[in-house]
Design a protein around this ligand. Structure first.
Ligand code: C2E
Ligand code: MG
Ligand code: MG
Ligand code: MG
Length: 275
């Protein structure tokens, strides 16, 4: 009996692994198909001036309109897309949509686009950005790219070069989820990033403890001293908005102001605010 045990264990170990690998392969195939068929769309979440509530820009967030499963949020496909490299094609797709949409807005709001580490390390990104901006006839000053600290750390020299090319075009760079990655401070001064986005975990922590409050205060001060603008992510309550304002944070994004909106709803919001 005892001799059978290793085999039995192996059978148990292999089955779920095989199942997971198969599901992953299926997802990978579907992602390729989705890119080809244009199943990716973007939703647009307002970024507002905390003092006035006015929309200064929108973050474009990817959504997958799966033919059978309906709308899928990034958490459902980004990890596999990053592992397999399809993320680059998805990023380009969202970039194109974002530029096209922003060009239709009746106001001067900017649009931000998330760029994965892999896409950012690829030198062909710059040519694609130039092409998308030209096709949409969008002023480069109205586009910002969001990158994370881990993107910077993947290949700091390459990332610094890319940031320089981007900045030279007047395109903004925001450091996303700031404070959650590695070694933020060591590299911050080398990058011409003009915006820091305070991760939502720090916004939540503000009300939980004095330490949480001090961390948020310190990030805002750091950004201001570096002459970067600061956007707080995940603002869900009026109290958070008021606290952030009192800390000197100028901009915010979160469900308290608005959920991510369809392209049409974003366009309408811009028109309403212009009127
Ligand atoms: P992120 O760039 O930090 O985007 C903010 C996320 O927080 C979005 O989730 C947004 O819907 C959500 N959010 C906004 N306000 C609130 C709030 O008040 N409370 C809570 N609980 N959540 C809020 P989403 O759309 O699911 O995107 C998740 C992540 O996926 C993004 O985080 C970003 O890292 C990534 N992502 C999204 N679109 C793209 C893309 O086109 N390319 C790449 N490479 N990554 C993307
Ligand atoms: Mg982002
Ligand atoms: Mg973020
Ligand atoms: Mg975040």
């Amino acid at each position: 009996q005892a001799k059978l045990r290793p085999d039995a264990r192996l059978a148990f170990a292999v089955t779920p692994t095989r199942g997971a690998a198969l599901a992953r392969l299926q997802l990978e195939n579907q992602l390729h198909r989705a890119v080809a068929r244009g199943e990716f769309v973007a939703v647009f979440q307002p970024i507002v001036a905390l003092a006035t509530g006015r929309t200064v820009g929108f973050e474009a967030l990817a959504r997958w309109h799966h033919p059978e499963r309906g709308e899928i949020a990034p958490g459902g496909f980004i990890p596999v897309a990053e592992e397999t490299g399809i993320i680059g094609a998805i990023d380009d797709c969202v970039l194109g949509i974002a530029c096209r949409e922003a060009a239709t807005w009746s106001g001067a709001q900017f649009v931000t686009v998330n760029v994965s580490g892999r896409r950012f390390a690829d030198p062909s990104l710059i040519a694609v950005i130039d092409a998308k901006l030209a096709a949409a006839r969008l002023d480069p000053g109205r586009l910002k790219l969001e990158i994370t600290e881990s993107t910077i750390m993947t290949d700091a020299a390459a990332a610094a070069n890319t940031v320089r090319s981007i900045a030279a075009r007047g395109i903004g760079v925001a450091i996303d989820d700031f404070g959650t990655g590695y070694s933020s401070l060591a590299y911050l001064h080398r990058f011409d990033a003009n915006t820091l986005k305070i991760d939502s975990s720090f916004v939540k922590a503000m009300s939980a403890s004095e330490q949480g409050m001090e961390i948020a205060r310190t990030i805002v001060m750091l950004a201001r001293n570096l002459r970067m603008s600061v956007v707080a992510e995940g603002v869900e309550t009026e109290a958070q908005r008021n606290t952030l304002l009192s800390l000197g944070c100028e901009y915010g994004q979160g469900y308290y102001f608005a959920r991510p909106l369809s392209a049409e709803a974003a366009r309408d919001l811009v028109s309403r605010e212009a009127a």
